[in-house]
Design a protein around this ligand. Sequence first.
Ligand code: SAM
Ligand code: SF4
Length: 329
Amino acid sequence: MTQLVDNFQRVVRYVRISVTDRCDFRCVYCMSEDMTFLPRDQVLSLEELALVAKAFTELGVEKIRLTGGEPLVRRGIEELVEDIGRLEGLRDFAMTTNGAGLVKQARRLREGGLQRLNISIDSLDEERFKKLTRTGRLQKVIDGIHAAKDAGFERIKLNAVILKGRNDDEILPLVDFAREEKVDISFIEEMPLGDVSEHSRAETYCSSDDVQSVIESRYRLLPTTETTLGPSRYFRMPDSETRIGFISPHSHNFCSTCNRVRVTVEGRLLLCLGNEHSVDLREVLRRYPGDIEALKSRIIDAMVLKPEKHHFTTDGDVQVVRFMNMTGG
Ligand code: SAM
Ligand code: SF4
C-alpha cells in the first residue's frame, strides 16, 4: 500500500476532518461574537467527506477524528459516521465535540462505529461556562457526558483550554470531576488562531507546566509513554484510572513526531496547524466526482509541503488568520 511520507520521514497515519464550520457555541478563544459562516456550496457534501475519509484509509491512515465547528450540528452526521465506521483499515475513529448534542445523538453515533469522544468543558460553574462559551449551557454538556458513557463510549476524554484569570482556578475541580466520572482529561494551551478581540492572548496564556504544577499540589503525576497517536503527553495518578494529558503547542513543541494532517470543511488539506500551506482537495473532488484515484494522487503530491514545524509564539500576535472553527481543532 502507498503510504503518506513527508520530506522529514514522518508517516502520516492520522487525519482530522472538519465536517462543518458552524457551531451552537461561540467560545471566546475560538470565535468572535459575530461570525460569518461559509455558504453551503463551498462546504464539502457528506458524500465528498466520506470519499476523502476513504482515500486516506487507502493511503495508510489508521485514525480519523471528526471535528469542526461543532460536528453534531452538521445535518446527516450520523450517516457520515456510519459510512466512515465501515472503512477497512480504520483502527481508531473519534470525534471532538462540545457535547451539547450528545443526549440526542450519542447512541446512534456509537452504533455507527464511532469509538471515542473528546468532549470540551472549560468550567464547572454555570455562569462562567456561559461566559466562556457565550451561548452554552453547562448542564447540557454534563448530561451529554453521561449519555456518552451510557451509550458505551470507552475512554472518553475531556478537553479544557485554560486561560489565566478566567478559569485557571478550576484546574483541580476539573481534575476531580474527571476522576469522579472515570474519564480522561487533557489541558490545552491556547493557540493563536484567528483574531479574537475578547481577550489579550498574551495575558491569558497559561502554560502546561503551570497547569501541571497546580495538579501536582494535590496529586502525584506519573509520566507514561502512552499515546493515542495525537499530540497529548499523558500522566497517570496512582489512585485513579483517569489519565491527565497536556497539549502544549507552545511549551513542548510536538512537531518532530507529527503524524497528522487536517482537512477543512472547504476541502483544503492543511499540512500543519501553524502554517498557511494548503492543497485544494475540493477542486479535484468536483472536477472528477467520485474518482478516488485522482483524489489520492492529489493527497500524495501534497506531502512534500508538510513543513518541519509550526512557528507559534506566546506574544499574543495572530500568526494564522484562520479561526480554530475553520481549522478543525
Ligand atoms: N466544537 C468542538 C469542541 O469544542 O470540542 C470541536 C471543535 S473545537 C475547535 C476543538 C477543540 O479546540 C476544543 O477542545 C476547543 O476547546 C479547542 N480550541 C478552540 N480554539 C482554540 C484555540 N485558539 N487554542 C487552543 N484550543 C482551541
Ligand atoms: Fe464551537 Fe468548539 Fe469553537 Fe467552542 S471550541 S466555539 S464549541 S467549535
